[in-house]
Design a protein around this ligand. Structure first.
Ligand code: HEM
Length: 529
């Protein structure tokens, strides 16, 4: 049923949705004083010079001159909506986590969701071949939880230091200001841990039909934590209720020309027409001991968990409300993996650790130090701490409370009633490179390839040929073809024939993983969580 979330009050109301027209108001300048003539500059005579005292004109131009804020450095093009999450299986969740949000069946948590492409600018086409971002902001009773996902279970890399370079190869060439296929494939062919995600991207899942017809995955292993300090690895998976639907390359190309905002419009229209999109949310749980003995390193974002780890439904999410104002409620939304609540914690996945820093850091730049009190980002619970002042402080700056922990601060220290969780102890040893590629890195690409229908395999081959075939450098094409052939010879040979590679190099990689060298540990005297 339709819900309406009021960003001003944080209240969630069960009312009929309506597209209320903006209220009738008198035109004013920014100081709230009624002003008579919005369309005229003051001038002497009909062609005369303008007057400095025309404060309306200087304010109008000054405001216009400052309208743009930096776009997101990645995921700049996106659409958003509000809705709610409802718990369907609290008894399962309560076995593993103390998260308040999951503690009762039928408990409703308001959400804001933003779905995006990754590499394009704010004006880019919605139908580019690209992963899609899927970010959910849960306004829980115990603070904001952001789950910032993609529409794929894995990612191209497992070392955060590669992320800026990888993104540079998808942005514009420093000289031509054009997208550059040589840079793109040069990076991928030099970093073979990317193969699984590359194959997903070049299947038709790289061009989804809008935003409603795709799943979303947390990708990383996170951790669910109990009040007694015990913990499990957890991954969440949002399964579309609308069914998966993708464009072929030809369809996506056509749509890009006809309506580059196709996906944005599809989402907006669906909600406006009261066809509310929904996702069923599943959790997958693994104990630290299981993880130690698991086939794949659970801290390696280039690999998924296989079907031996069951999917258990925990809730449902629906999008029921379009933004009233896109800039206020979507562009200014600040999603960050570091916005976490009790019971939900990061794992030691190096990519996730990198993200724990990058998002709030970029938001301090993109939106400013006081971005959290902006309505769309503010928790529905009071914020009380000693972070003060800064540009654009609009929340009363926490009033009379002294800005340090004083006897006068009237601020209770959060009294944790549970034991801190025991995390991992690392066995140390030499620093190891996360780039070392071994045979196990090809396991998931092979699983993916073997799971595709014949038609999907053909589409993947032709999608790669269309793109890789435009790479000028022969060495890059040779390297990438050898990697595809290492996944599956038929795949590699078909691509080789399509992109003019005559000799396919025979690659070999050592077996086994080289960097998963920690042991689980539960001595509370040296906790670092
Ligand atoms: C957006 C960094 C990996 C999903 C962003 C932004 C940055 C960033 C700086 C812009 C945020 C903003 O301006 O508000 C990184 C870094 C990564 C990484 C450094 C790796 C080390 C990932 C992964 C996923 C992901 C693995 C998915 C599993 C997203 C999404 C957004 C985003 C969905 C858009 C959020 C929104 O709609 O506002 N990322 N990212 N990123 N990232 Fe990442």
């Amino acid at each position: 049923s339709p819900f309406r979330f009021d960003l001003n009050t944080g209240m969630y109301m069960q009312t009929q949705m309506s597209n209320e027209p903006a209220p009738e108001l008198e035109y004013t300048t920014e100081n709230g004083a009624p002003y008579i003539n919005p369309y005229d500059a003051w001038k002497i005579g009909s062609n005369g010079p303008l007057l400095l005292e025309d404060y309306h004109l200087t304010e109008l131009l000054g405001s216009f001159d400052r309208e743009r804020i930096p776009e997101r450095v990645v995921h700049a093009k996106g659409a958003g909506a509000h809705g709610y999450f409802v718990v369907t299986n609290s008894s399962f969740c309560r076995q593993y986590t103390m998260m308040d949000m999951l503690s009762e069946d039928d408990l409703i948590t308001p959400v804001t969701v933003r779905i995006s492409t990754v590499s394009g600018e704010t004006g880019a086409s919605d139908e580019l071949r690209d992963p899609r971002g899927f970010a959910v902001k849960f306004r829980t009773r115990k603070g904001i939880l952001d789950i910032v996902m993609n529409n794929t279970p894995v990612f191209f890399i497992r070392d955060p230091s590669k992320f800026p370079y990888f993104i540079h190869t998808q942005k514009r060439n420093p000289q031509t200001n054009l997208r550059d296929k040589d840079l793109f494939w040069d990076f991928l062919s030099s970093n073979p841990e990317s193969m699984y995600q590359v194959m997903v991207l070049f299947s038709d899942r790289g061009t989804p039909y809008g935003m409603r017809h795709m799943h979303a995955w947390t990708g990383h292993s996170y951790r669910w934590i109990q009040s007694d300090g015990t913990w499990h690895y957890v991954k969440l998976y949002f399964e579309t209720m609308q069914g998966v639907r993708n464009f072929t390359n030809a369809e996506a190309t056509l749509i890009q020309g006809e309506n580059p905002d196709f996906a944005t419009q599809d989402l907006f229209d669906a909600i406006a027409n009261e066809t509310y999109p929904g996702w069923t949310v599943y959790a997958r749980v693994m104990s630290p001991e299981q993880a130690e003995n698991y086939t794949y390193n659970v801290l390696d974002l280039t690999k998924d968990w296989d079907d031996t780890v069951p999917y258990v439904e925990i809730g449902k999410m629906y999008l029921t409300q379009n933004p009233t104002n896109y800039f206020a409620e979507v562009e200014q939304a600040a999603f960050s993996p570091s916005h976490i609540v009790d019971g939900w914690a990061p794992s030691a996945d190096p990519m996730l650790q990198g993200r724990m820093f990058a998002y709030s850091d970029t938001q301090r730049y993109r939106l400013g130090i006081n971005h959290m009190p902006i309505q769309v980002n503010a928790p529905i619970t009071p914020v009380a701490n000693f972070e003060r002042a800064g540009k654009m402080n609009i929340n009363g700056n926490q009033g009379t409370r002294p800005n340090y922990m004083s006897t006068l601060s009237r601020l209770g220290l959060y009294n944790r009633t549970y034991t801190l969780d025991s995390h991992q102890q690392w066995t140390g040893g030499a620093v190891q490179s996360l780039s070392a590629v071994t045979e196990i890195d090809f396991a998931w690409p092979r699983i993916f390839w073997n799971g595709l229908s014949e038609q999907d395999q053909q589409n993947l081959i032709s999608n790669v040929i269309g793109h890789l075939g435009e790479v000028i450098d022969q060495g890059i094409r040779d390297r990438q073809v050898a990697l595809f052939a290492h996944v599956n010879y038929t795949l590699g040979k078909a691509i080789a024939d399509g992109v003019g590679v005559t000799e396919i190099a025979n690659l070999s990689f050592p077996y086994g993983e080289t960097w998963y060298n920690h042991t689980i540990y539960s001595d509370e005297s040296t906790l670092f969580y």
